[in-house]
Design a protein around this ligand. Structure first.
Ligand code: ADP
Ligand code: MG
Length: 542
C-alpha cells in the first residue's frame, strides 16, 4: 500500500484534482446502490429518500469533507474495500504505473479501481466514518496512507444517519481544496453530470449551496449537450481521462423504448484481452442503476463504455430476469447496429479517427467475424488489413477484391507473429512475382476467423502456407516465359529423391509456382489448420 501510494502521488502529481472526481464517483455509486436495494427494501430509505453528496470546506482546520447518504459500509466492507492491497487491480496497476509515462498515471487510476487511494495525493490523514443503511452500528476507518489503518466503532451521534463521511486532512500544498471557487470549478468540470445532486457547504454550519443538479446527461436533448459535456460524462463512466473516439447517443422508440449513450474510448484499456473482462455498459431502469453485467453488447464490442436507460422493465427486475427478457435482445441488437454503423460512418467522415480506432480495437472487433454469424459480411467489410500491396497503410477487402489479378480466384493470406517476419517469408515469392496481393495477418484472432469465414464477395480465403498454390493461372509480371518446372527431368528426379529420403517425415513433395528465389519451403496440407494455426495449437498443448 505504501508503495502504491508513493507511485500514485508521484506519477499523477500534475493532475491531483482527480481525487475529487474519484471520491464523488464513489459517493454517487453508493447512492445508486442504495436506490437499487431500496426497490425491494424501501425501509432502507427511512425519512431521507433523496440522494445527495455534500462537500464541506473547513479552511480553518485544513479539512475537506465528502459526505453521501448512500448505502454506507459495514465494518467488514470497510476492511474489504479500503483496507486491502490484495484487490485484484492493484498489483497490475503498480506494474503499469512503473512502466508508464507520468501522463498516463491519471488515466490508470480509474481503470484499476484504486480510486479511493487517490485521496492520499492531497491528504496526510483520511478518516472514513460510515453507517450501512439499515444498520445500528457505525464505524471509523483511519489511515495515514503508509501501509496501515485502524477500524473502530463510533457513537451513532458522531456518524452520518446513513452513508459515508470522508474527512481529508489536507497536506500543506493542498489547502486550496478548502476554497469555494476552486472546489466548485473542479466539481463542475469533472462531475457535473453525476446523477446525484452535489452541494458545497462553505464552512462548517453554513447552508449548503447546490453546484450540480444531478440531472442525468442522457435524458437531455442532444441539442442541449455540448462536446465538453459528453467528454466529461465519458470520463466519469469510462474511468479514462482521454477523449472518446466516438459518441453514440440515441433514443429508440417503437415497440421498446430506451435511451442509449455509448462511447468508444480514445485509447486502449489495459485489460482488453483479460478473459474476465465484462462489458462495461450499465443498465438503468428509469434512471436507477440496475447492473453492469447485462451483456448489452456482444463480446467483440467489449471496449464500448456507456449506458442504456429504459422505462420498459419493472424496477424490481432481477438480474436473471433481465438476461431472458426480449427487451434485452432488442436493445442488444439495436445498440450493436448503431455502434457499428457509427464506426462505419467514421470511415468517410474522419479517416484518421477511424484508423486510430481500428488500430486500438480492430483485433477485438475481428472476433465478431466468427462470433456473430449474422454480421460477418458487415464486419469483414469494416476490417482493415496490412497487405503486401502497401507498406504502411491498411487496406479494405473491397480494395483487395477490386485489384485482384486476372485468373486469381482467392483472397490470399499469410498468418504469423509479426509483420517483419511475414514480409521476409519465402512463401510470398511466387505471389510477389505475379503482383498478387497477400494479406499479412499478425493478430492471434486472425488464425481463427480465416478458418470460419468462407468468403468475401464470393472470393474464398486461402492460406499461402497451405496446399497447392494454384498460381499457374496468373501470369508472372517480369519473366512471363519462365519454364514450368515439371518440364525439367532433373527436377522430377530431385522430387523422387526427396520423397524417398524424407519418407514418413512429410506427406508429399511437389514442384510449386510459389517460389522464385528460394529452393524449398514447408506447406501445410490442403485441409485442416495452416502453419501458423498448427503452431498456435501446439503452443496451447492441443
Ligand atoms: P472502485 O470505485 O473502482 O470500486 P475505489 O477505490 O474507488 O474503487 O473504491 C473501492 C470500494 O470502496 C468501492 O468499490 C466501494 O465498495 C467502497 N467505497 C468507496 N467509497 C464509498 C462510499 N462513499 N460509500 C460506500 N462504499 C464506498
Ligand atoms: Mg471508485
Amino acid at each position: 500500500m505504501a508503495k502504491l501510494l508513493h507511485l500514485m502521488v508521484h506519477s499523477v502529481y500534475s493532475d491531483k484534482n482527480v481525487f475529487l472526481r474519484e471520491l464523488i464517483s464513489n459517493a454517487a455509486d453508493a447512492c445508486e446502490k442504495l436506490r437499487y436495494e431500496a426497490i425491494v427494501a424501501p425501509d432502507l430509505l427511512g425519512s431521507d429518500p433523496t440522494p445527495r453528496i455534500v462537500l464541506t470546506l473547513d479552511e480553518e482546520h485544513a479539512r475537506l469533507i465528502v459526505e453521501d447518504n448512500g448505502i454506507g459500509m459495514t465494518r467488514d466492507e470497510l476492511v474489504e474495500s479500503l483496507g486491502t492491497i490484495a484487490r485484484s487491480g492493484t498489483r497490475a496497476f503498480m506494474e503499469r504505473v512503473e512502466a508508464a509515462q507520468s501522463k498516463d498515471g491519471a488515466q490508470l487510476i480509474g481503470q484499476f479501481g484504486v480510486g479511493f487511494y487517490s485521496a492520499f495525493m492531497v491528504a496526510d490523514n483520511v478518516d472514513v466514518v460510515s453507517r450501512r443503511a439499515g444498520s445500528d452500528k457505525a464505524w471509523h476507518w483511519a489511515s495515514e496512507g503508509k501501509g496501515s489503518y485502524t477500524v473502530s466503532a463510533v457513537d451513532l451521534a458522531d456518524a452520518p444517519a446513513r452513508g459515508t463521511r470522508i474527512t481529508l486532512h489536507l497536506k500543506d500544498d493542498a489547502k486550496t481544496y478548502t476554497l469555494r471557487w476552486t472546489v466548485e470549478r473542479i466539481v463542475k468540470d469533472q462531475s457535473g453530470h453525476v446523477p446525484v445532486p452535489i452541494s458545497i457547504v462553505e464552512k462548517p454550519g453554513a447552508e449548503p449551496a447546490q453546484v450540480a443538479d444531478g440531472t442525468a446527461l442522457w435524458t437531455k436533448q442532444k441539442s442541449e449537450i455540448s462536446k465538453e459535456d459528453y467528454t466529461d460524462f465519458y470520463r466519469g463512466v469510462a474511468g479514462q481521462y482521454d477523449e472518446p473516439a466516438l459518441t453514440v447517443h440515441f433514443r429508440a422508440e417503437g415497440r421498446h423504448e430506451y435511451t442509449a449513450l455509448a462511447f468508444v474510448p480514445g485509447s486502449k484499456p489495459f485489460d482488453l484481452f483479460d478473459p474476465d473482462r465484462k462489458g462495461r455498459m450499465k443498465l438503468y431502469v428509469k434512471r436507477v442503476f440496475i447492473t453492469d453485467e447485462a451483456d448489452l453488447l456482444p463480446r467483440y464490442l467489449r471496449f464500448v463504455r456507456g449506458l442504456v436507460d429504459t422505462a420498459d422493465l419493472p424496477l424490481n427486475v432481477s438480474r436473471e430476469m433481465i438476461q431472458e427478457s426480449p427487451l434485452l435482445a432488442n436493445i442488444r441488437k439495436g445498440l450493436t447496429n448503431r455502434v457499428l454503423t457509427s464506426i462505419e460512418k467514421l470511415i468517410d467522415s474522419d479517416p484518421d479517427a477511424f484508423a486510430k480506432l481500428w488500430e486500438n480495437f480492430g483485433s477485438v472487433i475481428k472476433e465478431g467475424i466468427y462470433e456473430d454469424f449474422e454480421r460477418r459480411a458487415q464486419l469483414l467489410a469494416l476490417s482493415r488489413f496490412r497487405t503486401t500491396a502497401a507498406e504502411d497503410k491498411t487496406r479494405a477487402l473491397s480494395e483487395y477484391v477490386k485489384d485482384m489479378k486476372d485468373g486469381q480466384a482467392a483472397i490470399y493470406y499469410l498468418t504469423g507473429e509479426n509483420l517483419a517476419q511475414l514480409q521476409a517469408s519465402p512463401q510470398l515469392e511466387g505471389f510477389r512475382a505475379r503482383g498478387i496481393e497477400v494479406l499479412l495477418l499478425t493478430d492471434p484472432v486472425d488464425s481463427f476467423w480465416v478458418t470460419t469465414a468462407p468468403d468475401f464477395e464470393g472470393k474464398p480465403f486461402k492460406s499461402i502456407t497451405q496446399g497447392a498454390a494454384d498460381l499457374a493461372a496468373v501470369a508472372r509480371e517480369n519473366d512471363a516465359a519462365a519454364a514450368s518446372p515439371e518440364a525439367n527431368p532433373s527436377v522430377t528426379d530431385f522430387v523422387a529423391f526427396a520423397k524417398t529420403t524424407l519418407g514418413e517425415a512429410v506427406s508429399d513433395v511437389r514442384t510449386s509456382d510459389r517460389l522464385t528465389e528460394s529452393a524449398v519451403c514447408l506447406v501445410a496440407p490442403e485441409h485442416g489448420p495452416d502453419r501458423q494455426l498448427q503452431k498456435m495449437l501446439q503452443g496451447a498443448g492441443r
